[in-house]
Ligand binder design. Structure first.
Ligand code: CDP
Ligand code: MG
Length: 132
């Protein structure tokens, strides 16, 4: 069955949204197969977001991920990669629809509560990076 990597970012943990988010994942019928609360190292944060290293927002993004603990999760279920991206909602807060996690709880382009892998390749890479 398909597995995806989900991370509740520091603002999600700080704002006590872990329960709400885990509840949505479980009610959808997905299974959380691995999970850990971690204080991320700069090396891991930079490796996780390596595709964005040349972007102007990279420094701000890494500082944000290092702000506090994150909840790293492996989520399993049919089409979990695409469906979790739908449930997470758009990165742009002006586009994220109500009913999505970002649409309901975030209004910042950077501090947007949650990450989800965007493809089979990135899910495999990210699960290995965070859990192996
Ligand atoms: O997280 P997602 O895959 O939806 O978006 P992304 O385009 O891959 O960007 C990764 C993360 O970088 C976002 O979730 C934001 O936290 C951050 N970001 C930012 O701070 N400023 C931007 N202009 C774009 C993204
Ligand atoms: Mg992305």
């Amino acid at each position: 069955m398909e597995k995806t990597f989900i991370m509740i970012k520091p603002d999600g943990v700080e704002r006590r949204l872990m329960g709400e988010i885990i509840s949505r994942i479980e009610k959808k019928g997905f299974k959380i197969t691995r999970a850990k609360l971690v204080k991320v190292s700069k090396e891991l944060a930079e490796e996780h977001y390596i595709e964005h290293r040349e972007k102007p927002f990279f420094g701000e993004l890494i500082d944000y991920i290092l702000e506090g603990e994150v909840m790293a999760m492996e989520v399993e279920g049919d089409f979990s990669i695409e469906i979790m991206r739908l449930m997470i909602g758009h990165r742009d807060p002006k586009v994220a629809l109500p009913g999505t996690i970002r649409g309901d709880f975030a209004h910042s382009l950077t501090k947007n509560i949650i990450h989800g892998s965007d493809s089979i390749e990135s899910a495999e890479r990210e699960l290995k990076l965070w859990f192996d």
